[in-house]
Design a protein around this ligand. Structure first.
Ligand code: 2AM
Ligand code: CA
Ligand code: CA
Ligand code: CA
Length: 269
């Protein structure tokens, strides 16, 4: 992508993210309309929809030839990633938004022909913005994030994972994941995939494992983690298909293959 176009796109995307964030913040104490989707824990509120609709309207008006891939139904029905595609999660961490009124993010990835060019993750209530532009590094607010640690063992690592990994599940034997939890220094569960990617990029977590994430959960995070030398693959080590849901690991590259080979592969169903 042309450097000027990329820089203009980033500025525009960032402005819209900040505007959407300010709108959510201004309405944070308003009554919420909460509905469920695939199951009782899968929530959506009118603010998820309003925020996605905001991006859809802005993008279609200013960039009519760009596409939108997004969670709540205002996006395009895409069968490929040709052209410029905005991959947006208007609120990542909806349950946190509903239950806690914090710990959620707006996530915007901009891809050209399937390659992630721009990633923006905005922690709305903390007012912290992570971003990356491919080849130009990753930033927390305006401070450049250093490359991830080059020497790291599992014993020193902190890993993000949902507790469902430790319950009976369709992907791995739960005792294998229990062994991983015992091996690492610590585990955390933040409830926003986008923020967990940002924390891996920041180096305050060393990896994050998820059972099933959609493109809008990971699009921005992948770009940001890449820029500090981290890797993101499926839990089997394959490249991520940005048109489907995938079980995903994003990680410091020092421990990535160890987690896959010594734990996930051994317990894989
Ligand atoms: P969401 O809040 O945008 O739905 C919660 O552990 C993380 O998993 C959040 O980032 C959440 O995104 C994501 N997630 C993906 N699919 C989900 C689902 N079906 N139900 C709940 N959370 C889901
Ligand atoms: Ca959701
Ligand atoms: Ca999400
Ligand atoms: Ca969402």
């Amino acid at each position: 992508m042309d450097a000027d176009l990329r820089s203009n796109l980033f500025q525009q995307a960032k402005d819209w993210v900040m505007e959407a964030g300010a709108n959510i913040k201004a309405k944070i104490d308003d009554p919420l309309t909460i509905n469920t989707k695939s199951n009782a824990k899968d929530l959506v509120t009118h603010m998820d929809q309003e925020t996605e609709r905001f991006f859809q309207t802005k993008i279609k008006k200013k960039y009519p030839d760009h596409f939108l891939l997004s969670e709540e139904g205002y996006g395009d029905n895409l069968s490929n990633l040709d052209g410029i595609v905005w991959i947006i999660d208007p609120i990542d961490g909806t349950m946190n938004f509903v239950q806690q009124k914090r710990n959620f993010a707006i996530s915007v990835g901009i891809y050209l022909d399937g390659i992630g060019e721009i990633g923006i993750i905005y922690n709305v209530m903390d007012d912290v913005l992570y971003h990356a532009i491919r080849g130009e590094g990753a930033f927390k607010d305006d401070v450049r994030l250093p490359k991830l640690k080059e020497s790291l063992t599992l014993e020193e690592s902190m890993i993000g994972l949902n507790h469902n990994w430790l319950c009976r599940n369709r992907l791995v034997k739960e005792d294998t994941m229990q062994q991983l939890v015992r091996k690492v220094r610590g585990t955390r569960t933040y409830g926003s995939a986008a923020l967990e990617f940002a924390y891996v990029a920041e180096g305050i977590m060393d990896g994050y494992l998820t059972m099933g994430l959609a493109p809008w959960d990971v699009a921005a995070g992948i770009v940001i983690v890449n820029e500090v030398g981290g890797v993101t693959t499926t839990i089997d080590g394959q490249s991520v298909n940005m048109l489907t849901t995938n079980p995903i690991i994003t990680c410091n590259s020092e421990i990535h293959s160890q987690v896959i080979v010594e734990y996930i592969k051994k317990g894989r169903k």
